[in-house]
Design a protein around this ligand. Structure first.
Ligand SMILES: [Mn+2]
Length: 352
């Protein structure tokens, strides 16, 4: 079911926007292409409409996204805390993009916002079960927050103000959240949206090239190493996983964002529909899960991995387990779902 915004909603949001004096846009921690794309897309739009708009991110992001139009104007809460706090406190309209609960902004930022006097809040997101906000634009069936945002701009009659820079940001979000149009893009509306964005002169080749062809040599070598030495494949249950420890991160001069997309690799193996990646973080263990069929990794991540996400992409983390313990726990959880996984693996084989 697609989200339908009625006339009353459109009127209320439009009125509220016109009355606003300062707008702040905020996305989730470790912003990805969709979070930055939707934040910057809105930022460009509101700026062009003449509003005093600002985009705050909780912390840093991958180098491969630093070229995005407007990225230099992003306020980083981690590094520019005072400036970010002042902007947020003085904004009377807060747009939250690409997350469903304030906790996703990170503890410090979420707590800061909760203590502030109330402002109007707008949520634009595609994750399940959003919290309460004054305006909620949430639809789990869309490819990305950027696609949803485009529908919102269309419905609000704001598209006239979306320029090449804003359109490029939205395009990047759709492209990255669908893994380069490989998943979550079965709905034709996704491609109509992309077509409309391209009419705004988005250079799709340039975006592709900048996102994918600017990798460091060590990053690519780490991928090669993971594929040849670290990938575990369990064909009878249709799953595979990769584990990266601190020693290996050091060896390949790991930097934030270097393993983006690695979790998907086991899915490329025939018969594998459930993939996981475990990595030692700074004082925690990061877990990512991906699925390519009805196996629900959101549910799986919620069962003891302190996380969640979508049915096809989710994550979690541990602060009380070593990397080995986390992987052991994972294998055990998989064992608990053995029958279910076995059936899906057999079904996949039968369809082949
Ligand atoms: Mn997203």
């Amino acid at each position: 079911m697609r989200l339908i915004l009625d006339d009353y909603f459109v009127h209320r949001l439009g009125t509220r926007l016109v009355e606003s004096k300062r707008i702040v846009i905020i996305c989730h921690v470790n912003p990805d292409g969709d979070a930055l794309g939707s934040g910057l897309g809105l930022w460009h739009l509101f700026r062009r409409m003449g509003f005093d708009a600002h985009f705050v991110v909780p912390n840093g992001f991958a180098n491969s996204l630093a070229w995005m139009p407007g990225a230099k104007s992003i306020i980083n809460f981690d590094r520019q805390g005072d400036w970010a706090r002042e902007i947020i406190a003085t904004a009377d309209l807060r747009f939250f993009v690409d997350f469903n609960t304030n906790q996703r902004m990170g503890k410090e930022l979420a707590e800061y916002i909760e203590k502030l006097p109330k402002a109007t809040t707008v949520l634009v997101d595609h994750h399940p079960m959003p919290d309460q906000y004054d305006f909620v634009i949430s639809d789990t069936s869309v490819s990305s927050t950027c696609e949803l945002l485009h529908s919102l701009m269309n419905r609000m009659e704001w598209l006239l103000w979306l320029d090449k820079d804003g359109a490029t940001c939205l395009y990047l979000g759709i492209m990255t959240d669908t893994g380069g149009f490989r998943h979550n893009c079965g709905n034709p509306i996704t491609f109509f949206t992309v077509a409309e964005l391209i009419t705004k002169e988005v250079d799709v080749l340039e975006v592709q090239d900048r996102v994918n062809n600017r990798q460091k040599e060590q990053q690519l070598r780490l991928l090669g190493y993971c594929l040849s030495e670290k990938m575990v494949i369990v064909p009878e249950l249709g799953y595979g996983y990769i584990v990266i420890d601190s020693e290996e991160k050091k060896r390949f001069q790991y930097e934030k964002g270097d393993v983006e997309g690695f979790v998907n690799m086991p899915l490329a193996v025939k018969g594998i529909f459930f993939a996981a990646l475990f990595m030692a973080g700074d004082g925690d263990i990061k877990c990512s899960f991906r699925s390519s069929n009805e196996w629900d990794v959101n549910r799986f991540a919620r069962e003891g991995f302190n996380g969640g996400g979508h049915s096809m992409a989710a994550g979690g983390r541990f602060t009380d387990k070593t990397l080995e313990q986390a992987v052991e726990f994972f294998v055990q959880q998989v064992e608990n779902h053995r029958d279910e996984l076995r059936q899906l693996a057999l079904k996949l084989q039968a369809e082949d």
